[in-house]
Ligand binder design. Structure first.
Ligand SMILES: *Cc1c(COP(=O)(O)O)cnc(C)c1O
Length: 395
């Protein structure tokens, strides 16, 4: 969360005073339709036909996307080795098997490894736009189309970012976003999904609220209902998110201004290499990423006075080698509901090891991130630039 304040408080106040906190209600009776309006505004902003807001976060959004697409036992889902573990667990939650793929030097899913790991059982590919950096969607989409795969974007860390001028999340069959406290937009927890497909939207809506609430208020579906989960958003979330959405382009403009200023100042500095990006203009610039020749150099740089850097290899469950529950097949509350025990998943690639993606581990241990803050004044940015230049000179 970058920016939150009086505007959100005012909107929450309005919802509470109105005493209508459930997302569904009759506008004629004073219901404020905050979630409905947020969904309309989010769909418009991302450039998708439909958006669904969920209380269960980006994880619930990913699970609902896969459920909408009918993915389940017998299916493999390709996920990057560098992502928050939820990308992989979402596949398991619907009964499918995540196949872990390398990232390339852009730190996003490597299209070459995707092609290499495809089998006839592969049903979907889940690129993740980590730290706001777009994955290579052009190539991944081409591979997906050619092999009849579904493409679901995990844009949880890239709310509002874009690739080649089109917002992240709008490229694939479906896109998922998170609004938990660590993301570009926040209401504490929560998420959204988008799609252009009416059937997928309806299946996701049914899955996210399988009792489908009150049939009187707009709950008409193009497909039969089925039992799913309960991830309904509430009006307080909707109200906060509508204000957050209005802040988004300002947050991104400031992050990008600061990111570009640092990159322009440092790209020719000795011993410093800016990590390549699939689209520097679409990058949210949550971080500036540097790559070094060795982990030792990366650590020395990150530690230097004033740099304030961190290595992605140290970010716990963002690195597949720390996904113990997945690696050890500990899934679900009951052994018979563990997808690794499902007969249809028997022939699939369920064997993992901590060193199965050496290139990813190597890249993540030679990379340093500097987290940016959109509210840094110019002199703070200049201090960082100086600190980075000095640190690099001493490498
Ligand atoms: C945050 C995040 C999610 C979803 O997290 P929630 O806590 O469920 O909102 C999914 N994928 C990635 C890459 C994330 O960073």
């Amino acid at each position: 969360m970058y920016r939150i304040g009086e505007e959100e408080i005012e909107e929450i106040r309005r919802v509470i005073v109105g005493k209508k906190l459930f997302r569904l209600g009759d506008p004629a009776a004073g219901h404020q339709q905050e979630v409905d309006r947020f969904e309309r505004e989010w769909a418009d902003l991302i450039g998708a036909r439909y958006a669904l807001c969920l209380s269960g976060g980006g994880t619930a959004a990913l699970v609902s996307c896969l459920a909408a697409l009918g993915i389940g036992p017998g299916d493999e889902v390709l996920v990057p080795a560098y992502t928050w573990m939820a990308t992989a667990t979402a596949a398991l939650t619907v009964g499918a098997i995540p196949v872990i793929c390398e990232v390339d030097e852009t730190l996003a899913l490597d299209p070459d490894d995707v092609e290499h790991k495809l089998t006839p059982e592969t049903r979907a590919v889940l690129p993740v736009h980590m730290v706001g950096r777009p994955a290579n969607l052009e190539r991944l989409l081409e591979i997906a189309r050619r092999n009849n795969l579904k493409l679901v974007e995990d844009a949880s860390q890239a709310d509002g970012g874009s690739y080649k001028g089109k917002r992240l999340g709008s490229w694939g069959d479906m896109g998922a976003f998170s609004f938990n406290d660590f993301k570009i937009l926040s209401c504490g927890e929560g998420g959204a999904l988008v799609t252009d497909d009416r059937i997928l939207y309806d299946r996701a809506r049914i899955f996210h609220d399988s009792l489908t609430s009150f049939p009187t208020f707009g709950q008409e579906f193009a497909v039969p209902t089925f039992v799913g989960h309960q991830y309904r958003a509430n009006e307080i979330m909707g109200a906060i998110l509508r204000v957050q959405l209005r802040r988004l382009d300002g947050i991104l403009a400031d992050l990008r201004r600061i990111g570009r200023r640092m990159i322009d100042a440092l790209q020719d500095a000795p011993n410093l290499r800016i990590a390549p990006s699939n689209d520097p203009d679409g990058d949210c610039h949550v971080v500036v990423a540097f790559q070094f020749d060795s982990e030792e150099a990366a650590r020395r740089f990150a530690r230097c006075e004033g740099v304030g850097g961190g290595l992605p290899i140290d970010t716990g469950r963002h690195v597949y080698s720390n996904w113990e529950t997945v690696l050890e097949h500990r899934v679900g509350h009951h052994p018979d509901m563990n997808p690794y025990h499902h007969p249809k998943n028997k022939g699939l690639r369920t064997h993992y090891s901590k060193d199965m993606c050496p290139r990813t581990l190597d890249l993540l241990s030679r990379t340093v991130y500097i987290n940016l803050n959109p509210d840094w004044p110019d002199d703070e940015v200049d201090h960082r630039i100086e600190a980075c230049r000095n640190a690099a000179t001493r490498l």
